[in-house]
Design a protein around this ligand. Structure first.
Ligand code: KG4
Ligand code: ZN
Length: 340
């Protein structure tokens, strides 16, 4: 199964074979292209996917030692995402499938993220991930807690009322003068900050429920930074205070979701799932409180083709293929998917 991801600013291609695992994957990030604008410019993203997708496709097939004729199906991100960017992946996937007379499967980007831990071999002596589980999906566009009853049967337990967690990282980094994309830069800076030097609130943890709100936190950081001496050590301290607030907020809500559902397993996925302190905090909470944690490797937290190939392979195995039309869904409700 070939997987193509092009929903935002990453072009990802991979080949995943059920039973054999991941045979090859390649990624091209447009980060440098968008950096001078401080955010993703949709039209530039679409054009760059056009430039990069076919070379990446050839590279991935070469690496896997396959020719296009060996493929049994093509999975592509059908939504949610930027419409022009999605259309590039969908058009190439559908054209390829048409020419090769193989099925094509439109995959939900967030389903790809939440199934990404299945790309990893389970550690010796541990069981592979299987539903039911809770998934924390935290990326530039989403902050969600999802109850996964079965593959394809998703219940959104909590969502963000304003900024997504990654967006909060990026915007906060920007207002402290860090380069785009801010999330990883802010996390790096926080490593040298003093814990407790700045303390920000843990939004919405003092009331019941599983929703998030991160925009107020950003304002708190802005005020603290504006009124500070703006020295390098202070910048690191503020970054640390911000990261602590996000990590603790996410951790409180995850544990609440686990208690509410009774599912003893937690998947952490999406770009912010690459955050080392978040991973450490949740792994420790799991050991302390007796739930299992599953993380994709760092490269498969952020957008990639491998998670799309895997999700597509599961749907194809369940006989779920759509009619041969180029269809993208810039907005697509995760709860509306069919069960596998
Ligand atoms: O999943 P992803 O690649 O794209 C979306 O679907 O949005 O996530 C990208 C987001 C960005 O907001 C980025 O700043 C954030 O994930 N991110 C991080 C880290 N690595 C990526 N945020 C915090 N700490 C990190 N280490
Ligand atoms: Zn994503």
């Amino acid at each position: 199964m070939l997987g193509i991801e092009s929903s935002c600013d990453e072009t990802g291609v991979a080949v995943f074979e059920p039973g054999r695992g991941l045979l090859a994957h390649a990624l091209y990030s447009q980060v440098d292209l968008h950096a001078e604008y401080g955010g993703v410019v949709p039209e530039l993203a679409s054009r760059d996917h056009v430039r990069k997708l076919l070379p990446l496709l050839h590279q991935t097939l070469d690496e896997a030692g396959l020719s296009a004729r060996d493929l049994g199906g093509v999975a592509y991100t059908s939504g949610p995402g930027l419409v022009g960017a999605l259309l590039v992946g969908a058009s190439v996937a559908r054209a390829l499938a048409w020419a090769l007379e193989i099925p094509a499967i439109g995959v939900h980007h967030m389903e790809g993220h939440l199934l990404a831990p299945l790309l990893e071999e389970p550690a010796p002596g541990t069981e592979p991930l299987a539903p039911p589980f809770v998934a924390l999906l935290v990326s530039g566009g989403h902050s969600m807690l999802v109850g996964v009853k079965a593959i394809g049967e998703y219940e959104i337990l909590g969502d963000t009322l304003d900024d997504a967690a990654g967006e909060a990282f990026d915007k906060t980094a920007k207002l402290m003068g860090l380069p785009y994309p801010g999330g990883p830069a802010l996390a790096k800076l926080a490593e040298s900050g003093t814990p407790g030097a700045f303390r920000f609130s843990r939004p919405m943890t003092d009331r019941p429920g599983l929703d998030f709100s991160f925009s107020g936190l950003k304002t708190q950081v802005l005020l603290a930074w504006r009124d500070s001496d703006q020295s390098e050590p202070t910048r690191a301290d503020v970054a640390r205070g911000f990261e602590d607030a996000i990590v603790e907020t996410l951790s409180i809500k995850c544990r609440r979701a686990l208690a509410q559902t009774g599912y003893g397993k937690l998947v952490i996925a999406g770009g912010v799932g690459a955050n080392r302190r978040l991973r450490a905090a949740l792994a420790e909470a799991g050991e302390r409180e007796g739930f299992r944690t599953y993380f994709p490797r760092l490269a498969f937290c952020t957008d990639n083709g491998a998670m799309i190939a895997l999700a597509g392979a599961l749907r194809l195995a369940a006989g779920q293929v759509e009619s041969a039309e180029i269809r993208v869904r810039p907005r697509w409700d995760l709860e509306s998917l069919p069960v596998v």
